[in-house]
Design a protein around this ligand. Structure first.
Ligand SMILES: Nc1ncnc2c1ncn2[C@@H]1O[C@H](COP(=O)(O)OP(=O)(O)OP(=O)(O)O)[C@@H](O)[C@H]1O
Ligand SMILES: [Mg+2]
Length: 378
């Protein structure tokens, strides 16, 4: 692999180890030298006159400074040389061991940069700085892989859903060409319906990407007004399905996009009507709590298995066939859009299956600190 010229970290660490060892050794030798000097006289010592020598004991040899220097310096130099070799060798080995995890991490990073996101470093050993780095990297790879998979699935599903209306239109057109005696009005009606569905789907996809990009202006929005507007718009639709809609709640201010929050409420109320039973009810409630602005949409309906709930938020998930109530089923983007809008507003979304059947959706959005709403404009 190419590296720009310069010392490698291993070499730098080795030199630092060896350098440190040398400095410590030199200091130690200096201390020993100073200590020894205290017991050595400065000049040449001649033994004092001894009268009974050579009969008496021989005079003691007292080394002077030169003697000490002659004895000490070569040994000190040898010791320093040994320390240097030891420091370099030991440092090289130690640095190699210390940096080994880094090599593993670099290898994994290179593989990831070529697009292979499935491998992990899985660094063994106890938690140290390298292990933390490796674990953080593994977590990042995991997230990235999940994200890429999700995007790929999304693109595949979107293409599939968009192809269906196009394929249906083509069939209708083919039939029209081969059988000129067919009722053209009926064909135009069917083409119109199919075309509308394709446009709705494309618009839903655009909305989803807009919410995900968080590219919208933020203003003060009253959720209770959004709830009222949504229920009013969908009232004829609810009547057609034989469902009654009740709205309650006071001013519930939050900060966000008026259009997106209205869309969110519409999707939830629409779901609550469509996935209901004839004669069922929908309750929409808004509430300004001290910690959050809450929107709750609750509806009667078929029993929902709790394990199904988390999947409903995924794009193109439509619940099970059994609990599908209407013949012209939706695309399965409604709750995915709601989820994106909630995320873009830093809120949370909770789905609860009602024991008696149907669903309770609770949205919590950041509240406003005592917003000075003078009166509600209707
Ligand atoms: N209020 C609800 N009550 C019961 N089931 C619901 C409710 N809302 C959603 N579901 C279930 O969750 C599934 C996914 O809902 P979502 O809104 O994402 O898609 P959809 O309504 O099927 O289609 P679309 O909204 O795109 O037209 C639905 O098919 C339905 O099974
Ligand atoms: Mg829906």
């Amino acid at each position: 692999m190419d590296r720009t010229p310069g010392l490698s970290v291993r070499l730098k660490l080795t030199l630092s180890y060896a350098g440190f060892l040398l400095v410590a050794g030199a200091l130690l030798l200096a201390v020993v030298w100073v200590f020894l000097l205290r017991y050595v006289p400065e000049g040449v010592i001649t033994p004092g006159p001894s009268n009974d020598w050579p009969r008496g004991p021989a005079p003691q040899f007292i080394p002077n400074r030169n003697d000490l220097q002659r004895a000490f310096v070569p040994r000190a130099v040898t010791a320093m040389g040994f320390l240097l070799v030891f420091g370099l060798l030991g440092g090289w080995l130690l640095a190699g061991r210390m940096l080994a995890p880094l090599t593993r991490i670099t290898h994994a990073t290179r593989l990831a940069s070529t697009g292979s996101l499935s491998q992990r470093i899985r660094l063994p050993g106890h938690k140290d700085e390298f292990r933390e780095l490796a674990d953080a990297f593994d977590t990042m790879l995991e997230r990235l892989e999940a994200h890429v998979t999700e995007q790929q699935r999304f693109a595949a599903n979107a293409s599939h859903e968009l192809r269906t209306p196009l394929a249906v239109s083509k069939t209708i057109l083919d039939v029209a060409r081969t059988d000129p005696n067919r009722d053209t009005d009926e064909m135009i009606d069917r083409l119109h319906a199919v075309n509308t569905r394709a446009i709705d789907l494309t618009e839903a996809l655009l909305l989803l990407s807009r919410a995900d990009r968080r590219s919208f202006a933020r203003e003060r929005v009253d959720l209770s007004l959004a709830a009222e507007e949504a229920t009013e718009t969908l009232l004829p639709f609810a009547e057609k399905h034989g469902v009654t809609v009740e709205t309650s709640g006071d001013i519930t201010p939050t900060i966000g996009s008026q259009a997106l929050l209205l869309q969110l409420t519409m999707n939830l109320v629409h779901n609550a009507i469509v996935h209901n039973v004839p004669g069922g009810t929908v309750r929409v409630h808004t509430e300004a709590r001290p910690d959050a602005s809450v929107l709750r949409v609750e509806n009667t309906g078929y029993l929902l298995p709790p394990e199904l709930l988390p999947t409903l938020l995924e794009p193109f998930q439509r619940g099970t066939e059994r609990i599908r109530t209407d013949e012209q089923a939706g695309v399965g983007l409604g709750l995915a859009i709601v989820h994106s809008i909630v995320r873009a507003h830093d809120g949370t979304l909770d789905l609860t299956a009602r024991p008696a059947g149907g669903l309770l959706v609770t949205i919590r959005l950041p509240g406003m600190p005592q917003a000075p709403y003078a009166s509600r404009a209707h």
